[in-house]
Write a protein that binds this ligand. Structure first.
Ligand code: ZN
Length: 174
């Protein structure tokens, strides 16, 4: 078999920007490009499969690895705030009840329910909307059933008949 040699175009890197390997957002892999600008707050821009994160110049002092981690974390937080609010509202309307409050916060799992309060990990936005909706639905059902008893899954299956498929994926994530 012939091996075709391909010329790879190496883009000259601009001093003020750094790139990194694919970062999943809502189930799609994006490239992330960091740009430093004379701005006060972080800005996000999506162009095709590239996410441009514009950071205030003050972050230039940090190491590239640290800055990327921070930028991606901030990006997940921003998207999570919008996506989780969307899923919370959708589920509230669907089920006809809601938690007293909810919080978007880093926790060891993707979601949890405690004392009428739902907590969702912002990293959930790595996965697709269907998974976000499922994790939110799962936590809502914990408002009625604390444990994974029969009634719990009976309630879930009413709104997501394919719940087992999602539970399988969730098991592998942890
Ligand atoms: Zn559970």
């Amino acid at each position: 078999m012939n091996i075709v040699k391909r010329r790879i175009n190496v883009k000259s890197t601009v001093n003020s920007s750094i790139e990194r390997h694919p970062v999943p957002v809502l189930g799609i892999d994006y490239r992330v490009k960091i740009i430093y600008k004379n701005i006060k707050i972080t800005e996000l821009d999506v162009e095709g499969k590239t996410i441009k994160i514009s950071l205030p110049n003050k972050y230039k002092k940090m190491s590239n690895a640290a800055i990327l981690d921070l930028a991606i974390e901030k990006m997940y937080e921003q998207i999570a705030n919008v996506e989780i609010e969307r899923a919370m509202e959708k589920t509230r309307i669907m089920l006809g009840f809601a938690p007293e409050e909810y919080e978007v916060k880093k926790i060891p799992t993707l979601g949890k329910c405690e004392d009428n309060k739902i907590i969702i990990n912002p990293e959930i936005v790595k996965y697709g909307r269907k998974m976000i909706d499922y994790v939110v639905l799962h936590q809502y059902c914990h408002l009625k059933f604390k444990t994974h008893a029969k009634g719990f899954y009976k309630l879930i299956s009413k709104y997501e008949p394919n719940y087992e498929k999602f539970e399988e994926i969730l098991k592998e994530l942890v």
